[in-house]
Design a protein around this ligand. Sequence first.
Ligand SMILES: NC(=O)c1ccc[n+]([C@@H]2O[C@H](COP(=O)([O-])OP(=O)(O)OC[C@H]3O[C@@H](n4cnc5c(N)ncnc54)[C@H](OP(=O)(O)O)[C@@H]3O)[C@@H](O)[C@H]2O)c1
Length: 236
Amino acid sequence: MPAVILVTGANRGLGLEFVKQYAEAGWQVIACARDLPGATALRELAAAHANISLESLDVGSLEQINDLAARLAGQPIDVLLNNAGWLGDRHKQSLTELDYATFEEVLRINTYAPLAMARAFMPHVLAGTQKKIVVITSGLSSLTNTARFGNLYFYRLSKAAVNMAMRTLQAEVRGQGIKVGILAPGMVDTRLLRNSGYEGPGVIEAPQSVTAVMRHIEALTQEAEMTLYTGEKLPW
Ligand SMILES: NC(=O)c1ccc[n+]([C@@H]2O[C@H](COP(=O)([O-])OP(=O)(O)OC[C@H]3O[C@@H](n4cnc5c(N)ncnc54)[C@H](OP(=O)(O)O)[C@@H]3O)[C@@H](O)[C@H]2O)c1
């Protein structure tokens, strides 16, 4: 039986690359996107790989999360990969704006959704062989890393909060054999990074990041440390 992974935000960027590389590695991939009709690249990838199935999922909707978990009842999932993420309009989270609606939306997608996914899919993960729950965090969540991206208040705190959520989750489910991963992909050339306004050095391409992150998912322990794609452990 092939191992099974569920990926959120699978239509572009890192999510699409995770689907591609896991499918090519022979995994059964459940690829979720909130706009399947508009997900042209993902649908083309699925058409070329019989081991990719597509599901509609807006992770901002608790109802959709629970509906999908019910639809997939009885399906073991080895790796639950919470990849979907939202930067939020960077201008609306500067100190001069601090737009509350943007704050709520960024927290809903980046912090609440991975936790709600973990709860909804706990039976599927427990039924899997590998029992892994992963969130794609950001090095910007580190409290010691304040040097760059100075005004992305909401994004940074949403990722710091999801780190705490996943650490807390790891403590709660340790006895059930579940491993929780908190993995940072590096600065990757995707729409999210482009929308951040960052124009400096150190940007890598999605395939390089995903290949490295997959190795960390493979080697996951129950330490729930924040691990950069390079393998470096990042300080909280
Ligand atoms: N790129 C980087 O440098 C970097 C660095 C650190 C961490 N990350 C993290 O990496 C993850 C992937 O981001 P990316 O870089 O690949 O950016 P991206 O190209 O902007 O992709 C973000 C993905 O999340 C999806 N998404 C957003 N809101 C959603 C919702 N409510 N429901 C379902 N899907 C939703 C998007 O779908 P739509 O197309 O429908 O919007 C898209 O598929 C995110 O968690 C991000 O925070 C990225």
